[in-house]
Design a protein around this ligand. Sequence first.
Ligand code: UD1
Ligand code: MG
Length: 434
Amino acid sequence: MEIISIILAAGKGKRMNSSLPKPLHKVAGKSLLHWLEGGLDEALVSKRIFVLGDKSEILKKHIKNSDYVIQEPQLGTGHAVKIAGEKISNLNSIILIVYADTPFISPKTIKKIIRKIENGCKISILGFETDSPNGYGRIITNQSNQVLEIIEDRDASEEVKKVKLCNSGILAGRAKDIFDYLEQVKLSNNGEYYLTDIVSICSNNKKKIGFVLGSSEELIGVNDRIDLSNAEKIIQKKLKNTLLSKGVTLVDPSSVYVSHNANLAKDVIIEPNVFIGPNVKINSNTLIRSFSYLENCSIGKKCNIGPFARIRPETEIEDNVRIGNFVEVKKSKIKNNSKVNHLSYIGDALVGHDSNVGAGTITCNYDGTNKHKTNIGNNVFIGSNSALIAPLTIKDNAIIAAGSTITKDVNANSIAVERSTQKEVKRRDLKFKK
Ligand code: UD1
Ligand code: MG
């Protein structure tokens, strides 16, 4: 049976008050759009039709391998689904309607809604219960818990507003039924065609409505920045609980930020106030100390990073490496057992194994136009406060004397000193004011 999802993303997202389309706002470093697509992928719903409208030019660039229609003007969710109908030829297919602003739905729940249709329901809806139902459409049921209708928050009486059973917005049915009911939807008081009105049409026709109860956490809708921050809180908790269960220690989980794809191995320890950006891999028994900021990098086993370290994109750190306080590493590889312990900038560099980069060492990689590479060999000792002017190669077992500005390649097994000779003059009648 063909399953097609219609993703509604045409709304103005006014309540976000943003020039960025709402589906591109991020939670745990991943856009709402990609959260939704990930869930659909896992539920094996691969065919998608996006309904775009406001800011469609920007959104189009983020939609790959999917059909889309443009809804202009945007006359409500019912109108949006009707327009997507242009792209559906097989009226027997099951359609799954999802909202781009309700992106955390689990694959398990998606499958449950679809199964209701396979088992004979005309439509199936997904609801959830919450103590803060403000803003959501309320699901009205009869005494035998059959769904009768959905009343939108803006149209709800005081009595209805007390109902805690909310509409997630996610709905499924066969294409022929949904488009048939949509023909019967009338314009609401606020000038929109509500998709949710097909529920009362279906129940008035005495047709079977399937109901699935989801958790409020997976069904949080993002309408404004407060919702976005609440979603972040919920997803962070979930991601961190998964890490904890995999054997990662988070000393103070609430102060650590992790991205959606943090790949942390067993016995990694993360101290408080650490930021783990996207695409970070950390191998076992590594300690990330407080106030460190990591993104797009991989860190080996038994390393000690921070406190106050910044590990920037395209950095690869091998095993047993120490990166100390106020050290920034960018697009560099640091091999086994090496140390950069204090106040350094290592950019576009390769540091061999068992090397020691002294305090205050800077790889001067940028000449104002181009970036250049620094190659540091194995077993190299770089004295403190050295400036390494790239492009530069320092071969194995070399020593750079502290305070040197190195502009020429250094041979293996050599010591390079570049500093003026210290002078001394005799002190005569020099007097200091007291
Ligand atoms: C909608 C539901 C409500 C549900 C809530 C869950 C309706 C009428 N109401 O309300 O019952 O509790 O979601 O979050 O469906 N969109 C379009 N075209 C339009 C209008 C909206 O594509 O003309 C898209 C929006 O981009 C958004 C989604 O549809 O992704 C929902 O629209 P929104 O305005 O956020 O509806 P809610 O008021 O949240
Ligand atoms: Mg919404």
